[in-house]
Design a protein around this ligand. Structure first.
Ligand code: MG
Length: 156
């Protein structure tokens, strides 16, 4: 089975920027109830989606004060655990980040390592890619960061 996830967060001056669990030095960051890690939110939805287990908003409502400034790694780890409980094994994950600035490339290795640890996967089953939006639209104007994720799972 495969799962797909997508997320977007608005960017603003003075906020922190965390993607794939890695803090990225930047003068602007995501505006969000949690830590605003769009990549981990997309990945959580991909994992839940592969198992037909709903979505991140259902499991972690942003109206819950418990998730204020939450470390989004807990969402991924929760989904990984839920998949295991449902007899599913993750084969691979692939994440694409769409962001105008700063460049993701210097952080890509750390991101892959963080995702591998969260998902219990070897590095060669974890992919992180990044692209700009070619200055088009709200992501292109630097107003937001978007992320897509897919994963493949199989029954154990
Ligand atoms: Mg989100």
């Amino acid at each position: 089975m495969v799962g797909l996830g997508y997320d977007i967060h608005r960017l603003a001056e003075g906020e922190s920027l965390v993607l794939c669990g890695v803090r990225i030095p930047s003068t602007f960051g995501t505006v969000a109830h949690s830590d605003g890690d769009a990549a981990l939110h997309a990945l959580t939805d991909a994992l839940l989606g592969a198992a037909g287990l709903g979505d991140i908003g259902e499991h972690f409502p942003d109206t819950n004060p418990l998730y204020k400034n939450a470390d989004s790694r807990q969402f991924v780890e929760y989904a990984v655990k839920l998949l295991a409980e449902n007899g599913l094994k993750i084969i691979n994950i692939d994440v694409s980040i769409v962001l105008e600035n700063p460049k993701i490339q210097p952080h890509r290795a750390a991101m892959r390592e963080a995702l591998a640890a969260m998902c219990g996967l070897p590095l060669n089953r974890v992919s992180v890619k990044a692209t700009t939006n070619e200055k088009v639209g709200f992501v292109g104007r630097g107003e937001g960061v978007a992320a897509f994720a897919v994963c493949q799972v199989e029954e154990v």
